[in-house]
Design a protein around this ligand. Structure first.
Ligand code: VGL
Ligand code: ZN
Length: 204
């Protein structure tokens, strides 16, 4: 861990709806908060990512009559898991966990705000083409290495890490500062794919 100006910590979706009691609770999601805070204290540069959906978002099962949460459907851009309504813009569920302590975060990047496209990755929406602008921001600021933590290991952390790697950044995921949802083996698949791609997995 480092305070270098080439390194930035990316804290993914540490929001109430992904914590126990929330709409799309990740098991033990809130338990990462102390580890995330310790990491944040070690980085001079931090970005917060915030899942931020309009009501009736295409990723919500409730937007597709007859479908249930965790069903998979084909949307215009490909396969999409359907989720319970979560992280609706401006709601308490979309707010960061109250224990998250990273006041020095320099950027809050919101994603998933287009009604028709979900966005797991902090870099590209789920059509895999629409950029969020994060790659350009990091490049312009001169960051070369990203450390990723947060929720959920097998969705937003995974896609962010893989896209960061694909964008030419050196990527480390701090596994004990992450928790997964694990739909149909997605957690094991994500861990294996990150290892094979050359994403460093660090257990503090
Ligand atoms: C996430 C599912 C839907 C995540 C966000 O943060 O991993 N997962 N929206
Ligand atoms: Zn979402």
């Amino acid at each position: 861990m480092t305070r270098s100006d080439r390194d930035i910590l990316i804290i993914v979706d540490v929001q109430n709806d992904f914590c126990p009691g929330g709409a799309l609770a990740v098991p033990e999601g809130d338990q990462i908060v102390p580890a995330v805070n310790r990491l944040a204290a070690k980085f001079a540069h931090v970005v917060l990512i915030q899942d931020w959906h309009p009501p009736s978002h295409a990723s919500f099962a409730s937007s597709h009559p007859g479908r249930q949460p965790f069903d998979t459907i084909d949307l215009s851009y490909g396969r999409q898991v359907l989720w319970p309504d979560h992280c609706v813009q401006g709601t308490a569920g979309a707010a960061f966990h109250p224990g998250l302590d990273a006041p020095h975060a320099e950027l809050v990047l919101r994603k998933g705000f287009r009604t028709e496209i979900d966005s797991y990755s902090a870099f590209f929406e789920n059509d895999r083409r629409t950029p969020t602008g994060l790659a350009g921001y990091l490049k312009e600021r001169g960051f070369e290495r990203i450390t990723v933590c947060g929720l959920a290991t097998d969705f937003c952390v995974f896609y962010s890490a893989m896209d960061g790697h694909q964008s030419g950044l050196e990527v480390t995921v701090v596994t004990d500062a992450c928790r997964g949802i694990d739909v149909d083996g997605s957690l094991q698949g994500a861990m294996r794919a990150m290892t094979e791609a050359g994403v460093a997995l660090l257990h503090q």
